[in-house]
Structures are given as C-alpha cells and as structure tokens.
Design a protein around this ligand. Structure first.
Ligand SMILES: Cc1ncc(COP(=O)(O)O)c(C=O)c1O
Length: 442
C-alpha cells in the first residue's frame, strides 16, 4: 500500500457511522484526538474503513515496532495458535515463555544473571517492579520524576505525574511516593549548562527529598524513563543517569528503568538506557516487545527477583501467542530493525530540523532513533508553549494522511514502526511542512 492516499473527506461515511456507535457504548475516558477508524495495515501504511490510506507515525502509541502485521510475526502467532492459546505460566510451564525469559536474559542491559516476570501491559510491568522493589528491600519509598508516565493502575499511577487529569478523582495515591524534577535541557534558564540542568533535578532529590521527606534507607526504588515519553519526548543529559546511578548505589536503592516506550529497539539501541552508559537493576518493557500483542515483562537482577511462590503472579501474563510474537519481534530487531531505527531516525530528525528555518513555531527537535519529539513554542525566546497549535498540527497532519500524536503539553511525537524507510520519513517531513504552512496566519 502506498501512503498516503485519501479518497473521501475525513472522516468518511463508514468512519462516521462507527464513531457514532462507539460514542454510545464505549467508555468516554479514552482520548481520541482525530477520527481514524482502522480497517487494516501493512508495514507503515494503515487503511481506514473508507479506503483512505495513511502513513502511520504513531504505531498504536509506539507499539507496532515491526510494522503492521509483519509476516514473520503473523506466522509465529499462527503457528503458536495452532498448538495452544493459553495455559497460564503461573501454574504450568511452556517453552515460549522460557525462551523469552532466556532472550531477556541475553539482552537486558547489564552483566550477570537475570530473571523475568510476565504480565500483559506496561502498567503491570511497573506494578511488578514496584512490588518487587518493596519486597526485596523491605523499604516502602519510591522516587519518581515530574512529567513521567508509568501507567494508570493505582500503584503505577501514583508514580505517574504526567497530567493532573490522569490522577484527578482517584486519590489518595499510594503513600511514600516522591517526585523530583526531570532534567529538561530545552527548558530551564537561558544558557544553562548540562551540569546545571542535572543539578536542578538531582540536587532536589538529594538535598530536599532525601533530607526533608524520606530517609534514604527507607527508599526502595527510583523509577524513571530513559527518555520521558508521554511527558514530551524529553532526552536528559548523559550525566543525569550517571549521577542517579551513583546516588542509588550509594544508598542501596534499586534503579528501575521504565523502557515501556523507549525500549525494544525504538531508540536505535535495544534499550533506551544504553545511550546513557549505566546499568540498572530492573527494566520494565511492554508496548513494542510483541509488535502489538499484549505483553509486559519485568526483568531484574536474579538476586533482586528472589521472591517466593505466590508472592506475585497473574492468569494471562506471558501468554504463549504474545511470547511467540515477542520472539519473532526480537529476532527482527536484532537482524535489521534496530539499525534501521538509528539510521532512518537520524534522517528524519535532520529533515525535521531543516524545517526550523521555515517555521517559527518549531522550538526544539530532539530524540533518539525513531522516538522523536518536535516541541512547538509561540516565541523562541520566551518558549511559551504552543499547546493549541500542537493540537491543530496533529489534525492538519491527519487531514493530509499522516498519523502522529501529541506528547506533553506542546510536543508533536513521531514514533513510527521501525520499518520506516527514508522515503517514507521524507513524506512525513513534507506533510508536517505543509501542515505548518497551512497554519500560518495569512
Ligand atoms: C513509559 C511508559 N510506561 C508505562 C506505560 C503504561 O503502559 P500501558 O498503557 O501498556 O499500561 C506507558 C504507556 O504509555 C509508558 O509510555
């Protein structure tokens, strides 16, 4: 399928009808920003129910890592489906789960033996990490970062601090959770050095949280994304993680890295944290690991994941179809897609940076691999957030056949399938360029 190809006005008649039915019966808590109704997909192209074809730079919120319905992934799922669909790894054994744990043991970003716990989603992968950290350290405190997103079940929601609406009405949150500012190299006083940027975050953690709020010997874990995702695709300085690792090691605090969005090859390395040269104690992955099937994995140092039978488990986690899809996904990532994400990501970022000269709204272009954010501002000096303009840009792109999403208050995010080609990246840049041009006051 060549993308984009628009045949009707948007939404088309079939899309309109389905959205109306959805509005009557589906929870209104979902945040649909434009009326895309999926019919089928292949690679980076997705077709809606009216036959319009879009270029997909959203990938079901950074999930379809190998592209839509990659034949190798589909074949692995079909093969497994013909054998058995479910048995529950909690009570029984099956090879796909063991093989995936062995694979995680091989790829998780630290030396030494690992163990993996299986669930169905990102939030569950984080819940498992929080429970494990508390269990293992016999401490209660958890430190997270402002602007972070870790999921919406009550434990992970207590660490999430992305948007107040996500917490509003659900309090009180879990006790013993504290938040430090996340280092944002773009925001902060003009001319700040990398060191100052990191200090604004970690001095607060060390000199305020660990002095006034909680004793370090009562902190179980620091939970942090390598690159803030929902918070606006914010890439911290390398020295942030180096100092954070030093602080956590000094106090016996576990470093839990949330790789749900940044993991599985998206940044051009298997795990986002590999860009920062530190070794964590626990990683949580989901989203891209199984190319679209539900799967969460929490992988920890073997000596950390030492809890007795019955301490934590679930019915569906590590479903055999999801494990088969994950094994096929990891193979493709290793063979070519991780390298493609690095190469095409660089190309896409260059293209987007090239638009800065033409469009004053673009304040910053940043990211790693195919995890790219374009922050919009009303004024490059004051950096006033262009939130409404960002929403409009997302709509303008949709109307031209490009699916993108927002992140944070005023950032456009591009998180396409990792099979994106340079030509498709150029198409995305062209559509963003045209969309921004259409938004200029005439
Ligand atoms: C970094 C991060 N952690 C956790 C989650 C939660 O994942 P899920 O929606 O699968 O529960 C998300 C979802 O966007 C995420 O981006």
């Amino acid at each position: 399928m060549d993308a984009p190809q628009l045949k009707t006005s948007l939404p088309g008649p079939r899309a309109k009808a389905l959205i109306e039915r959805d509005g009557a019966v589906v929870s209104p808590s979902y945040t649909r920003s434009y009326p895309f109704v999926m019919a089928r997909g292949a690679g980076v192209a997705v077709e809606d129910v009216d036959g319009n074809v879009f270029l997909d730079c959203a990938a079901g919120i950074a999930v379809n890592s190998t592209g839509h319905s990659h034949p190798d992934v589909v074949a692995a799922i079909v093969d497994q489906a013909g054998k058995f669909l479910h048995m529950s790894g909690t009570d029984f054994y099956y090879e796909p789960q063991v093989r995936l744990a062995e694979e995680m043991n091989a790829i998780a970003p630290w030396q030494g033996q690992k163990r993996s716990f299986f669930s169905n989603s990102g939030t569950e992968a984080i819940e498992a990490a929080i429970k494990l950290a508390r269990y293992q350290t016999k401490r209660y405190g958890i430190i997270g970062f402002l602007g972070s997103f870790h999921g919406r079940t009550l434990g992970s929601l207590s660490v999430t601090s992305s948007k107040a609406i996500q917490r509003r009405g659900f309090g009180p949150p879990l006790g013993g959770v504290y938040h430090a500012p996340f280092p944002d190299p773009y925001r902060g006083p003009a001319g700040q050095s990398e060191e100052e940027c990191v200090a604004r975050s970690l001095d607060f953690l060390e000199d305020q949280i660990l002095v006034h709020l909680v004793s370090p010997d009562e902190v179980a874990a620091v939970v942090v994304e390598p690159i803030q995702g929902e918070g606006g695709y914010v890439v911290p300085p390398v020295s942030f993680f180096q100092r954070l690792r030093e602080i956590t090691s000094r106090h016996g605090i576990l470093l839990v890295i949330d790789e749900v969005q940044s993991g599985m090859g998206r940044t051009g390395k298997m795990f986002g944290i590999e860009h920062f040269g530190v070794e964590p104690d626990v990683v949580a992955v989901a989203k891209g690991i199984a190319s679209g099937l539900p799967l969460g994995v929490t992988t920890a140092r073997a000596e950390v994941m030492a809890w007795p039978p019955g301490a934590h488990a679930n019915t569906f986690g590590g479903n055999p179809l999801s494990c088969a899809a994950a094994l096929a996904t990891i193979k493709l990532l290793k063979e070519s897609l991780m390298a493609n994400a690095a190469e095409v990501g660089e190309h896409l970022m260059e293209g987007l940076r090239g638009l800065r000269g033409k469009h004053a709204l673009i304040g910053d272009v940043r990211g790693k691999g195919l995890m790219i954010g374009v922050e919009l501002v009303r004024d490059r000096l004051t950096k006033e957030r262009a939130a409404k303009e960002r929403d409009r840009l997302v709509d303008e792109c949709f109307n031209r056949g490009l699916l993108v999403l927002g992140a944070g208050r005023n950032t456009l995010r591009l998180c396409p399938p990792l099979v994106l080609t340079k030509e498709q990246a150029d198409t995305a840049v062209r559509i963003i360029d045209e969309s921004l041009a259409a938004m200029r006051p005439s």
